[in-house]
Write a protein that binds this ligand. Structure first.
Ligand SMILES: NC(=O)c1ccc[n+]([C@@H]2O[C@H](COP(=O)([O-])OP(=O)(O)OC[C@H]3O[C@@H](n4cnc5c(N)ncnc54)[C@H](O)[C@@H]3O)[C@@H](O)[C@H]2O)c1
Length: 432
């Protein structure tokens, strides 16, 4: 394999999941175990299933990503994590009711061996949950030190070479960015003073970065999306990425909006509603947590359609997003979109989408890819915000000098071109 810059993936990779007992986490972990035993297909995973065209089209070189990019082998992954409930990963997966018991039983022993470490939790940030397996310490700084010790012990106990940390925990209450999050000294001071502006997710992230571990944010929480953490990640040479896995309705938005714009069709309104019955749905029923999610979901259309360039087409779009907690559906979400568009001479038309998806089934392959790509990024010497991983996020992180890219296909080109560059191949401009 041609590989000029990236260190090889030798040794074991630890994957520490925050919210290890949740629906997404247990579906990701069980699925990865099932796949590596050869008992399932990793559908939806770019690292495991996609190809990477190399050279000119006529060369006909379409190797699989995993055959040319030095990714960690699934058999080298060791899972661990934290949760606010003590259930092991098997019990938690049974409770989540995403995968069928006969699938979970294929990896029952391995799942039972994953016992969560005590969480950093504060109910002010997730109003609907009462944690029973939670750390206590005098300050948030001390809690951060406790998380660092957890990471060090996990690494030593499992003989790991590298570790990646991924947040699959609940969506926290909306925290507006403030002076506390602008600089590293301000953030550190706030942790030592137990400031209410420091969310539990920030404590995990800080600890991970201090340990030199890539951090992935699967929820819309602020967490690593602040100047203080961007500086810290650069200083520690750690890749970070987020926010909020792009799975169902928003994935559809980032496909349909570019279609409208490419054809110069107008948009007057987009009403999105969902019914969802899992624990995530219950947490999002709280207005504070929903506000965090809403912020993440709303920016997409505006960013893609650029109303400032096309005021006649997109200058007056009414965009509304709703999530309704409806227990009978469990993890099987239904997302409806009513899209009011207009064409030639302004004549109105409508598009209706009814996506009957399974939230965690869509999110699990994203977790796997993000873990493997973040580990790769670290070995490639990348640090700070990983914008090439925007493909996976509803609200891709970007610094103050850049804007986010939301179009799924542009994101895909950027992802694959980054992989090409990493392995010393030419990037594609599709001009051949
Ligand atoms: N499934 C999707 O398609 C999707 C898409 C985008 C984002 N997300 C986000 O991913 C996250 C996980 O979703 P889910 O469906 O698995 O939810 P879930 O409620 O099943 O799982 C969340 C887990 O996090 C745990 N938790 C909460 N706070 C914690 C803390 N401070 N420390 C450790 N553990 C903590 C909970 O106990 C629970 O086990 C949510 O934030 C959700 O919004 C999911």
């Amino acid at each position: 394999m041609k590989n000029k810059q990236v260190e090889s993936a030798k040794g074991k990779l630890g994957v520490l999941v925050i919210g290890v007992g949740g629906a997404v986490a247990t579906t990701f972990i069980s699925g990865t175990m099932i796949v590596r035993k050869g008992l399932g297909i990793p559908v939806g995973s770019i690292t495991q299933m996609a190809t990477l065209r190399l050279g000119k089209r006529k060369e006909n070189r379409f190797p699989k990503v995993k055959d040319v990019v030095p990714l960690a082998d699934l058999n080298d992954i060791v899972f661990g994590g934290w949760d606010i409930f003590e259930d092991n990963a098997y019990e938690a997966a049974r409770h989540a009711e995403v995968l069928m018991p006969e699938d979970l039983d294929k990896v029952k022993d391995e799942l039972q061996a994953i016992k969560p470490m005590k969480a950093v939790f504060d109910q002010n940030f997730v109003k609907r949950l009462v944690g029973t397996w939670v750390k206590s310490a005098p300050t948030k700084w001390d809690l951060k030190e406790a998380v660092r010790r957890d990471i060090q012990e996990f690494k030593a106990a499992n003989g790991l070479d590298r570790v990646v940390c991924i947040w699959c925990g609940s969506t926290e209450v909306f925290t507006p960015i403030s002076a506390t999050h602008e600089t590293l000294p301000a953030l550190q001071k706030a942790m030592k003073e137990n400031s209410p502006e420091i969310a539990p997710s920030m404590i995990y992230a800080y600890a991970a970065i201090e340990e030199g571990i890539p951090y992935i944010n699967g929820a819309p929480n602020l967490t690593v999306d602040m100047p203080a953490i961007w500086d810290f990640a650069a200083q520690k040479q750690v890749p970070v990425c987020g926010k909020d896995f792009k799975t169902g309705q928003t994935m559809m938005k980032t496909v349909l909006s570019p279609m409208l714009k490419t054809r110069m069709l107008g948009l007057s309104g987009w009403f999105s509603t969902n019914i969802l019955g899992n624990r995530d749905g219950e947490v999002l029923d709280d207005p504070g947590s929903f506000k965090t999610k809403e912020e993440s979901k709303l920016s997409v259309i505006h960013n893609i359609l650029q109303p400032e360039l096309y005021p006649q087409l997109y200058g007056d779009v009414y965009h509304k997003v709703r999530i309704n907690y409806y227990p009978p559906r469990k993890d099987n979400k239904e997302g409806w979109d009513n899209i009011d568009i207009f064409g030639w001479l302004g004549y109105p038309m409508q598009l209706k989408v009814d996506f009957l998806c399974r939230d965690s089934i869509l999110a699990a392959p994203l977790c796997l890819d993000l873990v493997l790509f973040s580990d790769l990024a670290k070995r490639a010497g990348f640090s700070g915000i990983q914008s090439w991983l925007s493909f996976y996020f509803k609200s891709p992180m970007h610094d103050n000098e850049h804007i986010a890219e939301h179009d799924l296909f542009i994101q895909s080109v950027k992802l694959k071109n980054t992989l090409r560059k990493m392995i010393g191949e030419k990037t594609l401009d599709f001009m051949d």
